[in-house]
Design a protein around this ligand. Structure first.
Ligand code: NAI
Ligand code: MG
Length: 352
């Protein structure tokens, strides 16, 4: 029996609803197959926990997380805590502390799902987001607080090591895809230091991957290409901020934010990697039982792949796609199904 230790951190809002659904589907898959088992430990770290204890991650918390094979994360964000406190209190300490520098976000229109684009079926992308530095490096400050001359700086930090490793990772991903195409996204016309360095290092790394077809696009221009010519994109590599924005667009073009999955990878496996849906805690639908669990199911499949369970991941995606194809959709996809109904349907398919 292959056993994996999973740390579940559902955290806030619909995060708790979709992680519960995700674990139900994973456990059904494991029970049906019999070849692998998940030992899941729940961590109560959330905004409620923060309001009670004054911190999201208790002392020694990251050390405890290190013992796990993977982290299954919901979403963090609450109306009672400013977003920059919650994000920097929980998600970023894990992603940055565990050097999960490669954020991988596949996007495609699942069967039965309607894209807002007439040519949405052409979407088949993997967005690779630099996840450890750049605009989210946490460099900056405030001075003259509250005075008319107050100043705030937000400095993007790009290191040669950080840029080279994400480019190399992106080329490796492109090599695994049938089209073997990689688009570099920067803004090196207006930003002439870090962004130009991104372009230069990309060209250097490209020499090691002659089979990969490359092209370059400015971040503003690539948004129009995503909408107007989706078939011309395959793998996309971009900075932390740019890819954050592009991947929400990619999820919406694929039908809903409730579909897009994410893997935060430490490719060297020095630390556990973290798997989460792209979406946040969705205050507007929290507690209504109508969150789309599909993003979390797809995320669970990415986690299985990372654990070496490629066949199980394929089986899970087959079940998820059979259910989307059946038309059983939550309201974000125009349907009336609940989270529980979609989850049940995926479990039934797996058991069938
Ligand atoms: P959001 O992703 O929570 O919601 C945006 C819209 O998409 C809402 O209308 C919501 O109902 C809908 N939506 C999202 N996921 C859905 C799902 N699974 N099924 C159906 N509809 C879904 O983004 P928003 O509103 O900007 O942020 C809410 C909170 O979440 C904030 O505190 C924010 O900081 C946090 N957040 C956390 C993230 C994380 O933990 N990785 C990522 C994004 C936002
Ligand atoms: Mg985002």
């Amino acid at each position: 029996m292959r056993r994996y230790k999973i740390a579940a951190i559902p955290a806030d809002g619909i995060g708790t609803e979709v992680i519960e659904a995700g674990l139900e589907v994973l456990n059904t898959l494991a029970a049906r197959d019999g070849g692998f088992a998940l030992e899941v430990e729940h961590f109560p770290w959330s905004s409620d926990y923060y309001l009670q204890h004054g911190h999201y991650i208790p002392k020694g918390g990251l050390e405890r997380l290190k013992q796990f094979d993977a982290i299954f994360f919901g979403a963090v964000g609450s109306q009672e805590v400013p977003d920059h406190i919650s994000l920097w209190g929980l998600r970023l300490p894990i992603a940055q502390g565990f050097d999960q520098y490669a954020n991988v976000r596949p996007a495609r229109v699942l069967p039965g799902v309607k894209s807002p684009l007439h040519n949405g079926k052409d979407i088949d992308w993997v967005i690779i987001r630099e996840n450890s530095e750049g605009e989210y490096a946490g460099h900056g400050g405030r001075a003259h607080k509250g005075l008319p001359i107050e100043v705030g700086t937000e400095t993007a930090v790009f290191t040669r090591a950080g840029v080279e490793r994400i480019h190399r990772f992106a080329f490796e991903q492109a090599m695994k895809r049938p089209r073997k195409q990689l688009t570099l996204v920067t803004k090196s016309n207006a930003q002439r230091f870090g962004m130009v360095m991104w372009d230069e290092i990309f060209a250097e790394v490209a020499k090691d991957y002659p089979e990969v077809k490359t092209n370059r696009e400015l971040v503003d221009a690539v948004t129009t290409r995503m909408v107007l010519k989706p078939q011309t994109l395959d793998v996309i590599v971009a900075t932390n901020l740019h890819a954050d924005i592009l991947s929400d667009l990619a999820a919406a073009l694929s039908g809903s934010l409730g579909i897009g999955p994410t893997a935060n990878l430490n490719p060297e496996r020095d630390f556990p990697s973290m798997f989460e849906p792209i979406h946040g805690s969705a205050f507007d639908i929290t507690g209504k039982g109508i969150a789309n669990p599909t993003a979390t199911f797809w995320t669970a499949a990415l986690m299985l792949e990372h654990l070496g369970e490629a066949e199980e991941a394929r089986r899970l995606m087959e079940a998820v796609e059979a259910v989307t194809a059946s038309g059983l959709h939550t309201p974000d996809l125009g349907g009336t199904a609940t989270t529980a109904q979609v989850t049940r349907a995926v479990c039934d398919y797996l058991q069938g």
